[in-house]
Design a protein around this ligand. Structure first.
Ligand code: PEP
Length: 268
């Protein structure tokens, strides 16, 4: 692409990204205790201002959702779950339904995190069903997509992510992505201290946006956040990319100062 049209494309995408409010999601994974959560939640409420132009979300383990809800209720921070059942109710031992989460006041649900799809063999079809159920319950799904290291090295990362999205489109149509947040989480970058470079993230985010953009309803408003070893040192560069609308943050969300610093990077 000629340099001038490339520049105007980046400028155009920059203008579009200005219209999308950024979002930073803390994924606590299976960490915490009543005592450590209390300290962390209190510190976050203290550090994160009431008026903030970024959406901030904490996804805590199920047993601590009630505690999370009560500490965050008068703050600007929203909360959500890290997974949900694909069934509405019944004999599904160990599962938690969308209506249970909704009744408690959850706003967000992470769907298809690679730590779940790998460890529990979750299929793309299961993930699609969960996505639809979360939407039907009027909560916001945070859909994780991303490739493994082998897939990146083979240069098929876009094909892999495309397939993950296609399964959902085939089952429920493109409109399902309206008001859905997509988290691009390259599997090799999660928990590894090897974050994607801002350019790698931008390339994939732009690919995802362009893939789903022909749908006018989803279009340019789709929020695509990056996850994988985001920390206070790399957040600003990642979030400055025109198609990166914030981050999904694991380890660094367990430290109030680090998480606050990452949230601050989304504000700049
Ligand atoms: C995650 O849990 O989704 C994640 C990206 O973890 P980390 O930030 O620790 O790599």
């Amino acid at each position: 692409m000629p340099i001038l049209s490339q520049q105007s494309k980046i400028q155009q995408t920059n203008e579009e990204s200005v219209m999308r409010r950024k979002i930073v999601v803390g994924n606590w994974k299976m960490n915490g205790s009543l005592a450590s959560n209390e300290a962390l939640l209190k510190a976050l409420v203290e550090k994160i201002p009431q008026k903030i132009s970024t959406d901030i979300v904490i996804c805590a383990p199920y047993p601590y959702l009630f505690q999370t809800q009560s500490y965050l209720k008068n703050s600007s921070i929203r909360w959500g779950a890290q997974n949900v059942a694909k069934f509405e109710s019944g004999a599904f031992t160990g599962e938690v339904s969308v209506s249970m989460l909704k009744e408690f006041g959850a706003s967000y649900v992470i769907i298809g995190h690679s730590e779940r799809s790998t460890a529990y063999c979750e299929s793309d079809e299961n993930i699609a069903t969960k996505l639809m159920m979360v939407k039907q319950a009027d909560m916001t799904p945070i859909l994780c997509v991303g490739e493994s290291l082998i897939e990146r090295e083979a240069g098929i990362m876009e094909k892999v992510v495309s397939k993950q999205l296609d399964t959902i489109v085939e089952m429920y149509g493109e409109d399902i992505f309206d008001e859905t947040i997509i988290a691009y989480e390259p599997v090799w970058a999660i928990g590894s201290d090897m974050a994607a470079s801002p350019e790698q993230a931008q390339t994939m985010h732009q690919f995802i946006r362009e893939k789903l953009s022909p749908n006018a309803k989803v279009g340019k408003s789709l929020k695509i956040i990056y996850g994988g070893s985001v920390n206070p040192q790399n957040a600003l560069q990642l979030f400055s990319m025109p198609d990166v609308d914030g981050g999904l943050v694991g380890r660094a969300s367990l430290n109030a100062s680090d998480f606050q610093s990452i949230c601050h990077s989304a504000e700049i």
